[in-house]
Design a protein around this ligand. Structure first.
Ligand SMILES: *Cc1c(COP(=O)(O)O)cnc(C)c1O
Length: 328
């Protein structure tokens, strides 16, 4: 089993009605002007849960048998995937358990709790929460839904790529925030199938960039998890990774990292110039375009703005904390 264009298209059909399957692709006046080349933003912030993860969760859960659905689903997630699984489970009226580490921010806990899922919080990092989710899956005969390393999930994330290619056939570079690589792998695969000339670049934070270091090493490696504003990008890719690593290795052109200040600049730019609320992870693409490296990044750029689930106090701090001039 592997990702195909057909599987991505089937996922688009499966998730319609639960996830938004044509999110806006909006030209960024500010970034286009700054770079002298068209830049547009794919606004996954408009999904009901505020992030693209709804696509993958809906795709995987809609593919389960009636028996599997009845027993319910379990996952471990630093926030957006857990929220998406909880949302889909509630839509379908099936049980869901969401395992979170102690690092997860309160706003995300509240968001998931609001969807009525059972929460299991504890452990020093995402990997510990992940082990607990596997235990629960076995003990309670629930289906484990990986945040990124599941073909159903990846097919769902790949639908973002299908849409970008239809909305902007002239795109030559797609910038994708990356953690476990479900989104990057899925988007890179379909974009290149539809137009082999398109470049697909992953971006993540310097602090604990698991996919970046794994690609450098040529195999999945363990990377220490560190606090970062891009909290949705925390966590490992799994030493036993089955799909997302190979997809990223084969189809992504590069993965680059940016520092915490550059992520902050991305958040500020999104708000001051585009009137967007973005979480750190969702602002990494804009952060990259504000950096020196933007000059090498192509002539017609699409940036995926992946999510808006940021703690309101943190957001206000970032917006108020630094003069906006720094981001201009
Ligand atoms: C999960 C997530 C990502 C990264 O997606 P992966 O498929 O794990 O690489 C990026 N941005 C946000 C907001 C996310 O929630």
């Amino acid at each position: 089993m592997s990702l195909t264009l057909r599987r991505a298209r089937e996922a688009a059909t499966r998730i319609a009605g639960i996830a938004t399957t044509l999110t806006p692709l909006k030209e960024s006046q500010s970034l286009s002007q700054r770079l002298g080349r068209p830049v547009s933003l794919k606004l996954e912030t408009t999904q009901a849960t505020g992030a693209f993860k709804l696509r993958g969760a809906a795709s995987a859960i809609m593919a389960l048998s009636p028996d599997e659905r009845r027993n319910g689903v379990v996952t471990a997630s630093s926030g957006n995937h857990g929220r998406a699984v909880a949302y889909v489970a509630r839509q379908l009226g099936i049980p869901a358990v969401i395992c979170l580490s102690d690092l997860v921010v309160q706003a995300k806990i509240d968001n998931i709790a609001a969807f009525g899922a059972e929460l299991s919080i504890g452990g020093k990092d995402q990997d510990v929460a992940m082990e607990r989710a596997h235990d629960i899956a076995e003990k309670r005969a629930m289906t484990f839904i990986s945040p990124f390393d599941n073909l159903g999930v990846i097919s769902g994330q790949a639908t973002v790529g299908l849409e970008i290619m239809e909305q902007n056939p002239d795109v030559d570079t797609i910038i994708v925030p990356v953690s476990g690589g479900g989104l990057l792998g899925g988007v890179a695969y379909v974009a290149k199938k539809m137009n082999p000339g398109v470049r697909v670049i992953g971006v993540s934070m310097e602090r604990g960039a698991a996919m970046y270091h794994s690609l450098q090493a040529g195999t999945p490696v363990i990377v220490e998890e560190l606090p970062t504003i891009a909290d949705a990008l925390q966590g490992g890719i799994g030493l036993d990774n089955r799909y997302s690593f190979d997809l990223c290795a084969a189809h992504a052109d590069a993965v680059v990292t940016i520092d915490e200040d550059q992520i902050r600049s991305g958040i500020r730019h999104g708000f001051y110039h585009e009137r967007l609320v973005l979480e750190g992870s969702g602002a990494c693409g804009i952060g990259l375009l504000l950096s020196d490296r933007a000059k090498d990044l192509g002539d017609n750029i699409v940036v995926i703005c992946t999510g808006d689930n940021i703690d309101p106090d943190l957001f206000l701090d970032i917006i108020a904390g630094q003069p906006a001039a720094k981001t201009h």
